[in-house]
Design a protein around this ligand. Structure first.
Ligand SMILES: [Fe+2]
Ligand SMILES: [Fe+2]
Length: 314
């Protein structure tokens, strides 16, 4: 697994790494005296709506750390180097949002009050590194669409400026995921492609559940959650075509595409495509009844210790 002198040839991933190195920033570069342009009630709603994004930043950071050895094992040296810059980006977003919470005197929604967040991040961690990159692309598109609204609507305000900086990082993350997945998908069997489409649909359903729980908060800050999800769904569909997962809308086979953003939310129904969680090394979500209901750390422990790679993966 360990290669002392790997081939770090110039490719797009190494280029994205260099771009990331030159585009560093931190929360200390923001002007914290800038107006927030939110009332106290709106700050509370923003803090609640930000919660899935905030957990997403942490989950991306932890997931990248777990997947790094898998890329090393596969000899994907430039992907490894890129991923280190990705972790720095996600760490920066996590730190900046934490500071924003303190600045607004708000807190995220406890995970026990919105378990769909945990379900989302558990779903993201099923499968191998290709599944993970696909899930991260979907999450990055979610983050991009979310931050874009504030970067456009309030560019002079504190959160608008923060959003603009995060968006620059997210554009590199999308470029990485598009490139990595396009190369990987070309070699995957039809069964694996079907799994990736199912994962997309599962994640979108969970997002819809989160949206229904946050509808009032969205209204309070003038965020049209339905339009947001529709736009996100279109965005994901375009990337699915770009990476070769789906046929173009008018191309051959396009009529076989699964409908996205199903309107029925039934997360408890049996899903035969879910890979069974039988390994003793992997904590079971179903076992969370054993955890302390008042302790978010228990839930994060489940996220942190999930395995990313299937035994048969390369
Ligand atoms: Fe991020
Ligand atoms: Fe990201």
């Amino acid at each position: 697994m360990f290669r002392l002198f790997p081939d770090l040839s110039e490719d797009l991933l190494l280029n994205l790494f260099h771009k990331g190195v030159h585009a560093q920033w931190s929360s200390r570069d923001l002007d914290w005296e800038s107006p927030l342009v939110f009332t106290q009630a709106q700050c509370r709603s923003l803090g609640r709506i930000l919660t899935p994004v905030y957990l997403g930043e942490q989950s991306a950071m932890l997931g990248a750390a777990a997947i790094l050895p898998q890329m090393a094992e596969a000899g994907e040296s430039t992907a490894q180097v890129y991923l280190c810059s990705f972790m720095m980006d996600e760490g920066r977003h996590f730190e900046a949002l934490t500071r924003l919470y303190h600045h607004m005197d708000q807190e995220p929604i406890p995970i026990r009050q919105m378990p769909s967040m945990l379900r989302y991040h558990h779903r993201l961690r099923q499968g191998d590194r290709v599944d993970w990159v696909w899930g991260i692309l979907i999450s990055d598109l979610f983050a991009k669409n979310f931050y874009q609204m504030f970067a456009k609507s309030q560019p002079q305000a504190l959160f608008g400026d923060m959003s603009r900086r995060v968006l620059q990082d997210e554009s590199r993350h999308q470029a990485f995921a598009d490139h990595y997945l396009k190369a990987a998908i070309a070699h995957l069997p039809a069964e694996r492609l079907a799994e990736l489409r199912i994962m997309r649909d599962d994640l979108l359903r969970i997002m819809e559940t989160m949206h229904s729980q946050l509808r009032e908060d969205a209204d309070r800050i003038d965020l049209d959650g339905t339009a947001f999800l529709e736009h996100l769904t279109t965005d994901i569909a375009q990337h699915a075509v770009r990476i070769g997962l789906d046929a173009p809308p008018d191309g051959p086979g396009s009529q076989r595409r699964r409908p996205m953003l199903a309107k029925t939310v039934d997360l408890t129904s049996a899903r035969p495509h879910y890979r069974p969680q039988t390994t003793t090394r992997r904590p079971q979500l179903a076992a969370r009844e054993d955890l302390d209901d008042d302790c978010d750390t228990c839930y994060l422990a489940v996220i942190c210790t999930s395995r990313l790679m299937r035994a048969q993966a390369r």
